[in-house]
Design a protein around this ligand. Sequence first.
Ligand SMILES: [Zn+2]
Length: 310
Amino acid sequence: MIKTIVSTELPIDEQFCIRKNVIHNGKDGLRFCVVTGTHGDELEGQMVCYELARIVGGHLDSLNGTLEIFPALNPLGIDTIQRGIPNFDLDMNRIFPGDPHGTMAEQTAHAIIEDIKGADMVIDIHSSNLFLRETPQVRINVQDAEWLVPFAEHLGMDFVWVHEAATVLEATLAHSLNSTGTPCLVVEMGVGQRINHKMCQRLVGGILNLMQHMGMWRGDVLDDVPSPIVCKGDRVTFLNAETSGVFLTEMTCGTNVTEGQTIGQIVDPLRGKVLSTVKSPVNGYLFTIRAYPIVYEGSLMARIFNSEEV
Ligand SMILES: [Zn+2]
């Protein structure tokens, strides 16, 4: 059943709507929400929503409870290929929990929180941005780690990154939900404006696996759901560009690297010179790699989980 959770008039005879697909079976059972499209340039969640609606909607007998699918929390952003909310010049994931008496964007954020609040699980799907490619991963604030990591381990992702408290972004959807006791896992994967089928299928399989673990799904699940590498503590190395130029790399994310291994080169196309050779300072697991080749001094090129105790 399609439900509208927000509906507002736009200035000239158009309607702003946020909709969800509510798929339900059984007398009671838990409530599981899959949300995406907060950032309009991140599209992997669209395929995940499509597949979940298709699979679960087509096998209702296997569902025990309610699956709610929200493909577009920022529909204007998706329609116009913009990360934020057009016209407001605003990152929607910085205005939660919103305000019922605020601007249209704040009212929308408030209505979203009110609608989702109380769910037994929320998966918030992101796909990085245009610049960085991410291996399928779950990101969790350290304060929620004890509670949420056991759920994240069932999602079949490569990596779980437990953030330090200092980097907690309080105005995100996930933080707003988690702080009111509604568990929300943030998934990051792929790259902006593209859809990687394999990664999407991985996450669909992982979500069904988690639903099965929670007693909500009796249908098929993957035979062997991989266990993620869980990164706790301050063990992520950021590789930032030493100089501006064109970053060339053939590395893919989700690979192990050794100390001193070349990750890529920053080159000068005018003079045919290598300006900087980018090497891994640690033995570890490369989970982020730059996708957009133009870099400025300080641009992020890679993130590596230091697999040796520090
Ligand atoms: Zn995002």
